[in-house]
Ligand binder design. Structure first.
Ligand SMILES: Nc1ncnc2c1ncn2[C@@H]1O[C@H](COP(=O)(O)OP(=O)(O)OP(=O)(O)O)[C@@H](O)[C@H]1O
Length: 282
């Protein structure tokens, strides 16, 4: 397992319709260690999705570079980085799985074919891809739904398929952009617990974006808070509420612990302070 490192990264987008350029991220230095569950929280527009897109290799930084172990993800060529990277700049890669809020499933395919779709694109043979997809469908509790068309499934079950699909390459890292944001409260809590179980089982690095402070505190082994204009990481907390849950399996009890409530108030204060500073802009 390798660590993900972000070195002095900034991202500027050209202004829309001839407007001013936007500095979405500035001076980001950050690393994710093997086994960490990192959650990013912050006001709208503070650059959370931009950061995830960088890690996924979907976009390039304007300055700086990213590495996963001794492979470059994006940024300056390895010569300019002064590093001995094993691989050239790779962009998106099988070592990083992505799960979106809208599960982006293919409605004409069944659950198994959706979960195995990425493997199919890579040319993995049918038997092997079905076997690998089945392992991860089992992990998310869908072992009895292989042949169901995805459009017949509830939102929560569709997102389970999305999570299984993100895992089928057995990536080192799972990048999740508000994966539970579109779900009802009850389903959301069930999937929070499921994701923690998946994390415990697979030990993968997780980078998870949310707007919910409670969800962030419950899920994170490390919580980063970002602030906009330009997007920066302003706070970095180590937490262990997720481990307490995995030991006790009692989410209600964890979320009502005095330490949890105290931390929730502290984080809300930080975020509301940022929003007030930015005129509540979204
Ligand atoms: N492709 C783009 N072109 C121009 N500006 C962009 C582009 N993508 C993002 N931005 C701008 O960069 C800033 C950061 O956007 P980003 O989507 O990363 O924030 P976010 O924290 O994920 O927001 P939200 O919580 O609302 O999803 C915003 O000001 C946004 O308008």
């Amino acid at each position: 397992m390798s660590r993900l490192q972000i070195h002095d990264v900034s991202v500027r987008f050209p202004g829309m319709n001839g407007g001013e350029a936007v500095t979405a991220l500035s001076g980001i230095n950050f690393q994710i260690e093997p086994g960490e569950f990192v959650v990013a929280l912050g006001a709208s527009g503070c650059g959370k999705t931009t950061l995830l897109n960088l890690m996924a290799g979907f976009i390039q930084p304007s300055e700086g570079y990213l590495t996963l172990g001794d492979s470059g993800i994006s940024g300056l060529p390895r010569v300019a980085c002064g590093l001995e990277l094993k691989d050239q700049i790779t962009g998106p890669g099988q070592d990083r799985g992505v799960v979106f809020q809208k599960h982006a499933l293919l409605p004409w395919l069944n659950v198994l074919d959706n979960a195995a779709f990425g493997l199919k694109l890579q040319g993995v043979g049918k038997e092997e891809r079905n076997e690998r997809a089945a392992d991860f469908l089992k992990l998310v509790g869908l072992e009895d739904f292989h042949n169901h068309p995805v459009y017949q499934l509830s939102g929560g079950m569709q997102q389970r398929v999305g999570i299984a699909r993100g895992l089928t390459n057995d990536p080192q890292m799972l990048l999740l952009d508000e994966p539970l944001g579109a779900l009802d409260a009850l389903t959301r809590e069930v999937l929070q617990e499921l994701l923690l179980e998946v994390w415990q089982e697979t030990q993968k690095m997780m980078f998870f974006i949310t707007h919910s402070v409670e969800e962030a505190l419950f899920m994170a082994s490390r919580l980063i808070i970002m602030s906009p204009r330009p997007g920066r990481i302003t706070h970095d907390f180590s937490l262990n509420f997720n481990k307490i849950f995995l030991e006790t399996r009692d989410a209600r009890q964890v979320k009502s612990m005095p330490e949890f409530i105290e931390m929730r108030e502290k984080v809300l204060g930080i975020i509301h302070g940022d929003e007030a500073e930015n005129g509540g802009a979204h």
